[in-house]
Design a protein around this ligand. Structure first.
Ligand code: FES
Length: 290
C-alpha cells in the first residue's frame, strides 16, 4: 500500500458531496469525548485543535467526516475547520502508517546528516516523502525543525525524539518498527501508534503503565546553557563524534540505548569563550575613536 499524493476532501471547481456520517456508536463515543474536551475551554471554538486530534485518533487521519463532526460540535463552518486542518502539518489528510517517521531536514540537521538519512531511508523503504510502506507500518516524511538542534540530526517517530542519528541507525530503527520490536526513543515515553499518540494529544491521559514516569526531561545537551548560567563550569571536553567514530553506529543516546547517555554532543558549548581567550573579550563593541 503506497499511498497516492492526492488528498481527501479537495476537489477544485466541483461541488462536494456531503461527508459520510460516523456510525451511530462511533458518533456517540466521539461526541462524549468531544464534549469533555470542549468543557475545558471558556470559548468552545478554542477546542478545535484537540478535537481534530480526537478525530485523527479515530481514523488515523482527519477525514471530511471528522471535519464535519468538529464543525457541528463547535458551531463552525466546515471551511473554518478545513482552514485549520490544512494549516497545521500535525494533521494528516490521507491514510498513513502506524509510525510516522519524520526526518528533520532543516538546515542544521541537514548538514549534520539529515539529508543523507532521508535519502537512504527512501531507498531502504522504497517510498518517497509522505508515502507509506506496503505493510502499512511506516510513513516517511521530511519534517521541519523540532527545536532539538543540539541533538542533530534528529529523527522523530510519532513525535518522539531519536537523537544523533546516522543513516545506519535510522535504517535499523525503521526495520525494528516494521518488525514490531520494542523501540524506545532517546528521550520521552515509549512509542505507541499514531492513533494512540493522537488521542494523547487530544488531552486524554496516557494510561500505559509507567509511560508518564518514562517521559523524563530535557537531555543533557539542552541543559548546558542553564548549567553555565548557574555558575557551573563548562564541560571539560567537547566530543567530536565525526572524528574517528564509525558512521554505522548511533551516536550519543541513539535509538537502541534505552538509557540516554550523559555524554555531551559536539555542539553543546564553545570551548573557546571570552573567559578562555583574553585576546577577544566579550562586551559591547567599542565606538570608533574610543
Ligand atoms: S534543525 Fe533539526 S531539530 Fe532543529
Amino acid at each position: 500500500m503506497t499511498t497516492s499524493s492526492s488528498e481527501q476532501g479537495v476537489s477544485l471547481g466541483m461541488p462536494q458531496l456531503p461527508a459520510p456520517a460516523y456510525p451511530d456508536d462511533v458518533r456517540a463515543r466521539l461526541e462524549a469525548d468531544g464534549r469533555e474536551i470542549i468543557a475545558r475551554y471558556p470559548d468552545s471554538r478554542s477546542a478545535l485543535l484537540p478535537l481534530l486530534h480526537l478525530v485523527q485518533a479515530e481514523e488515523g487521519h482527519v477525514t471530511r467526516t471528522g471535519q464535519q463532526f468538529c464543525a457541528e460540535l463547535l458551531d463552525l463552518t466546515t471551511a473554518e475547520v478545513a482552514a485549520v486542518v490544512t494549516f497545521y502539518t500535525m494533521y494528516r489528510r490521507r491514510p498513513s502508517g502506524d509510525y510516522q517517521v519524520g526526518v528533520c531536514t532543516n538546515t542544521l540537521c541537514a548538514v549534520m546528516g539529515g539529508d543523507a538519512i532521508f535519502e537512504e531511508l527512501q531507498e531502504h523503504l522504497g517510498v518517497g516523502n509522505g508515502e507509506t510502506t506496503g505493510d502499512g507500518k511506516v510513513t516517511l516524511e521530511h519534517i521541519e525543525c523540532n527545536a532539538a538542534c543540539d541533538f542533530a540530526p534528529v529523527v522523530m517517530v510519532n513525535w518522539e525524539f531519536f537523537d544523533n542519528q546516522t543513516p545506519a541507525s535510522a535504517k535499523r530503527l525503521v526495520d525494528d518498527l516494521r518488525a514490531g520490536a520494542d523501540v524506545r526513543p532517546t528521550r520521552g515515553a515509549r512509542l505507541c501508534t499514531f492513533k494512540d499518540t493522537a488521542r494523547i494529544l487530544a488531552g486524554f491521559p496516557d494510561e500505559r503503565p509507567g509511560a508518564v514516569e518514562e517521559s523524563g526531561g530535557a537531555g543533557p545537551a539542552s541543559l548546558v546553557g542553564l548549567r553555565l548560567a548557574k555558575g557551573e563550569t563548562a564541560p571539560a571536553r567537547v566530543v567530536h563524534p565525526r572524528a574517528g567514530r564509525p558512521q554505522d553506529e548511533p551516536r550519543d543516546g541513539a535509538a537502541h540505548d534505552p538509557s540516554p547517555s550523559e555524554h555531551l554532543s559536539s555542539h553543546d558549548a564553545p570551548q573557546d569563550t571570552s573567559a578562555s581567550d583574553p585576546a577577544h573579550p566579550a562586551g559591547p563593541a567599542a565606538e570608533e575613536g574610543e
